[in-house]
Design a binder for this molecule. Structure first.
Ligand SMILES: C[S@@+](CC[C@H](N)C(=O)[O-])C[C@H]1O[C@@H](n2cnc3c(N)ncnc32)[C@H](O)[C@@H]1O
Length: 281
């Protein structure tokens, strides 16, 4: 039987193990169960999870412009698997990767985040923000770092869970709003009971990661974190909890009564952690 390394935060589920240089930190691992990607949680719409996106029939097994997925949704990654919108500064298009219905292989240019994490990272204890995640190798701009994965909740369930928190509890629920021509799609992800390594990423008002929704098999978005700048080894990984990407945004910066003081230390720090007002009403 496969034995689980007790010091690996990913419980052996990722292709790269995530350790802490301070081994005792693993005792702080909450009662959460590791999941690599989003799973349905209470109240989520199972149709969204189960409706399969159509696949391509690429004969050369490597997708280029003639691939029906790329022709329909556009080229989003370059041949080095770098997110193009980060390097060319153009507006983000919806990202839909090739999926299990496609005939192409895992090295297809239109498959990236589904192949999982590839950078060595570690969980560490930050001075003022609890645990955090940092990289232990340098990361190029536009690289995929990890998902922010957990249970997908309905608005009502997200609200109930938020209400149960005390002012001392950490908040893990992230809300992403995607503005489409036909309306706004809201996705609520909670990694607190079941989540991946993304749950340890702290907020910064001047972050080095950006959250981008990516779809693979179903219309439920995976909240993917991409580097927005060169990130040197041993740098803490951060994203802006209130500004997921150019097509999405989550949360608002609070009045002090409903939001925690931000300790990101950025020179343009907004002072408080962003929060989603509707979850606290
Ligand atoms: C998604 S968790 C991040 C991981 C968390 N630090 C831990 O120990 O598990 C979000 C929580 O971390 C803390 N946090 C994250 N960024 C912060 C910041 N910039 N300033 C203060 N606290 C922060 C807050 O308590 C927040 O509710």
């Amino acid at each position: 039987m496969h034995s689980i390394d007790p010091f690996d935060w990913t419980e052996g589920l990722e292709s790269i193990a995530i350790y802490s240089s301070e081994k005792t930190l693993i005792q702080d691992k909450k009662t959460s169960k590791y999941v690599k990607t989003n799973i349905p949680g209470p109240g989520c719409d199972m149709d969204d999870f189960e409706t399969q996106i159509l696949g391509c029939k690429c004969e050369n097994r490597l997708c280029i412009e003639t691939c029906s997925c790329i022709a329909k949704y556009g080229t989003v990654y370059d041949d080095g698997k770098i997110l193009l919108s980060v390097i060319d500064g153009k507006n983000m298009v919806p990202i839909i990767e090739c999926n299990t219905q496609c005939t192409c292989t895992a090295d297809c240019q239109n498959r990236l985040i589904q192949n999982g994490i590839s950078f060595k990272m570690e969980v560490f204890r930050s001075e003022t923000k609890g645990l955090g995640l940092r990289t232990i190798e340098s990361i190029d701009p536009g690289s995929f770092v990890c998902e922010y994965a957990g249970e997908i909740l309905s608005f009502e369930e997200a609200k109930q869970r938020t209400k149960r928190q005390t002012e001392h509890d950490m908040n893990y629920v992230i809300v992403v709003k995607e503005h489409h021509r036909t309306g706004v799609m809201e996705t609520y992800v909670d990694p607190s009971c079941r989540g991946n390594i993304g749950r340890y990423i702290n907020h910064s008002c001047s972050p080095n990661l950006s959250m981008v929704p990516v779809r693979v098999n179903s219309m439920v978005p995976k909240l993917c974190l991409f580097a927005v700048k060169e990130i040197p080894s041993l740098t803490e990984l951060t994203f802006d909890y209130g500004h997921a990407s150019s097509t999405t945004n989550s949360g608002s910066v609070g009045p002090p009564t409903s939001s925690k003081q931000c300790m990101c230390g950025a020179h343009d720090c907004r002072g408080y952690l962003p929060y989603e007002r509707l979850l606290y009403e």
